[in-house]
Design a protein around this ligand. Structure first.
Ligand SMILES: Nc1ncnc2c1ncn2[C@@H]1O[C@H](COP(=O)(O)OP(=O)(O)OP(=O)(O)O)[C@@H](O)[C@H]1O
Ligand SMILES: [Mg+2]
Length: 454
């Protein structure tokens, strides 16, 4: 809390009365008070209406301009009550007339701070609500993700070209959309284009558009993605797949901010923000000579790296919860979550397909599993197989027979996988009879992954 008053006596009494319950900082002038507000977290300001350097109304306006949520209680002499009343319209919480009783001050402060915390809560709930309804929400708390959110916030306000690098399914397009949505171009189109999905012949006309009759089959003028994205954002996906000729043309567009339609006769100015994405190491492509170095630097003005899911396993439970909520809503299901061992398996999995793979698995599970809680046995087998050592620390917390059973299962799975699910072969490696192995698989309800029966 901050008390701004030019009267040292009043400053002292504020401190005496409030210091027990609250953190009180005092300032002797409007300027000093505003400086404190700029540099520290303040919930409530007690503000003298008459001060020599700046009158209280002006200070109030500046406070609200800095942070609308800060509550302000005006402290006024009887003479200036009318000003104080008028100031309520400017967002002051209330006013206090001098001289005041201690209790009066305390009660007012308490109410103002209550409103402040209520507002905070509302703001938080609202943002949560928006997030919930937003399928474009980016989920993840890992430090790298938080760094990414900060960069997204900063870069969104600019028109800088951004290069998003990350393995397949890490959320590159999601991030590109977030940059677009958080920036001044949000009302304009976000146009994704993936040259890798277009035939060589089509890439140019897709990007640049064409005039009627430009080539056989060009029956009418067609606008390219550059023009469709006018005023907005063009998302160039899988940029590494661009052919050298198109790379050269794209470089020109980035330099000149002009395009020419195929078969066209004049340059068209474009006002487009470019975001490119790649899931291969573009720098390596530059070294190999398959990607132009000058284009690389034009695109990677701001390079962003999205970490693979296996490097942020702590985010797996958050993502699981997010997707369960989403598919519950979509399929009218009521799945509550995953059993701890199932969640453990997901956290350990390597996720070659990253978040997309996780999303697909949860979609399938929510759609198919007829239980409130999804268990280990419900998980697709290939997810349990590769590289899952039983974690000793987890085993510690289980009854020994269960831990051993689990461990045995892991070994059997491992060997089966190596034997490509040939049960006789696996039994031979394990040194047990084939029927013993089959009995175990039956008990664990394990079946060969599809296409591997044998
Ligand atoms: N952090 C995340 N939070 C929530 N959903 C995510 C997250 N990351 C990815 N997804 C979801 O995973 C799917 C794949 O994401 P996206 O298409 O953005 O990945 P990508 O990096 O562009 O993949 P690719 O390289 O294969 O094109 C999408 O459905 C997206 O909504
Ligand atoms: Mg993508």
């Amino acid at each position: 809390m901050l008390a701004i008053d030019d009267d040292p006596g009043l400053r002292e009494s504020f401190r005496l009365i409030l210091d027990d319950e609250y953190d009180v900082v005092v300032a002797a002038s409007g300027h000093e008070g505003l400086e404190i507000l700029r540099t520290s977290q303040v919930d409530l300001v007690l503000l003298d209406i008459r001060m020599p350097d700046m009158n209280g109304i002006e200070v109030l306006e500046r406070i609200k301009a800095l942070d609308e949520q800060v509550e302000v209680i005006l402290v006024t002499a009887v003479k200036t009550v009318r000003i104080a009343v008028a100031a309520m319209k400017l967002g002051a919480f209330d006013y206090l007339t001098k001289p005041f009783e201690e209790d009066e001050l305390l009660a007012l402060v308490r109410r103002a701070l209550e409103r402040r915390s209520l507002q905070r809560e509302v703001a938080y709930l609202r943002s949560e609500l928006e997030r919930r309804h937003d399928f474009d929400a980016i989920v993840g708390q890992h430090a790298e993700m938080q760094k990414l959110y900060r960069t997204i916030g900063q870069v969104a306000r600019t028109a800088t070209t951004v290069l998003i690098m990350g393995e397949s399914g890490t959320g590159k397009e999601l991030i590109a959309r977030a940059i677009h949505r958080q920036g001044p171009r949000q009302a304009k189109p976000f146009v994704p284009v993936n040259p890798a999905t277009l035939s060589d012949g089509l890439v140019e006309s897709e990007l640049f558009g064409h005039e009627k009759g430009a080539f056989t089959g060009a029956y009418q003028r067609k606008l390219g993605k550059f023009e469709l994205a006018q005023g907005g954002t063009l998302f160039l996906d899988e940029i590494s797949s661009l052919k050298p000729e198109v790379q050269a043309k794209l470089l020109r567009v980035l330099q000149e901010r002009e395009i020419e339609r195929v078969g066209g006769t004049g340059a068209i100015r474009i006002d487009v923000r470019f975001i490119a994405a790649t899931n291969t190491d573009l720098k390596q492509a530059v070294d190999r000579g398959t990607f132009r170095e000058d284009l690389f630097y034009r695109l990677a003005v701001v390079p962003l790296s999205v970490p693979p899911l296996r490097e942020r396993a702590e985010d797996v439970p958050l993502l699981v919860e997010h997707f369960i909520r989403r598919y519950n809503a979509e399929f009218g299901r009521r799945v509550e979550g995953l059993s701890p061992d199932a969640m453990g398996a997901l956290r350990e999995y390597r996720w070659p397909g990253n978040v997309r793979e996780l999303q697909n698995i949860i979609e399938r599970l929510v759609g198919l599993v007829d239980a409130r809680v999804i268990g280990l046995n419900d998980l697709p087998l290939d997810l349990l197989l590769p590289d899952h050592r039983l974690r000793i620390r987890e085993a510690e917390s289980r009854p020994l027979p269960r831990a051993i059973d689990e461990f045995e299962r892991q070994i059997v799975l491992h060997v089966l996988e190596r034997a490509r699910w040939n049960k006789s072969e696996a039994a031979r490696i394990l040194g047990v009879h084939r029927n013993v192995l089959k009995a175990k698989l039956g008990r664990w309800r394990l079946k060969a992954p599809r296409g591997r029966e044998g």
